[in-house]
Design a protein around this ligand. Structure first.
Ligand code: ZN
Length: 146
């Protein structure tokens, strides 16, 4: 359930998306807010400007949170974003330990507006191919030392 105060934050994320377009970037904006609703950081999509396929605002904010916040603080934040995060960003959001995501437009609604922006086809994976060899550096890294 979204409160009216949260709608204000979500509208701010939409405004960030609109500003991104004015700057020549794709129309996606996000912000990270603390438990009191204070905005901690904002970002917009800069895939074109940075020539970086990972320059999504949700991913930038997840990286920022993991770098700048304690895990306890990150867990009490909410990511407000103009569109539902993609799979790449969802992975980063989970790893960064953010507390919650609120989005304005669903992936399904986005795809209806721009069909190519939907789910990317999965790349085939082959493996495990050399598990015994690959296991050695991982086991050495995680082996407890005395
Ligand atoms: Zn994304």
């Amino acid at each position: 359930m979204i409160t009216s105060a949260e709608e204000v934050l979500l509208r701010r994320a939409i405004d960030i998306a609109a500003r991104a377009v004015a700057l020549g970037d794709a129309p996606y904006g996000s912000l990270l807010a603390g438990p009191d609703g204070a905005v901690l950081a904002e970002a917009h999509n800069t895939v074109r400007r940075d020539d970086d396929i990972t320059a999504h605002p949700e991913l930038k904010l997840a990286r920022w949170a993991a770098r700048e916040l304690t895990p306890d603080t990150a867990a009490r934040t909410t990511l407000y974003t103009s569109c539902q995060p993609c799979g790449m960003c969802d992975g980063a959001i989970a790893r960064s330990g953010l507390g919650r995501v609120v989005y304005a437009l669903s992936t399904e609604q986005l795809v209806a507006l721009n069909p190519p922006s939907g789910a990317w086809p999965a790349v085939p994976h082959d493996g495990p191919a050399l598990p015994d060899e690959a296991r050695a550096p991982v086991a050495a890294y995680y082996r407890p030392t005395r």
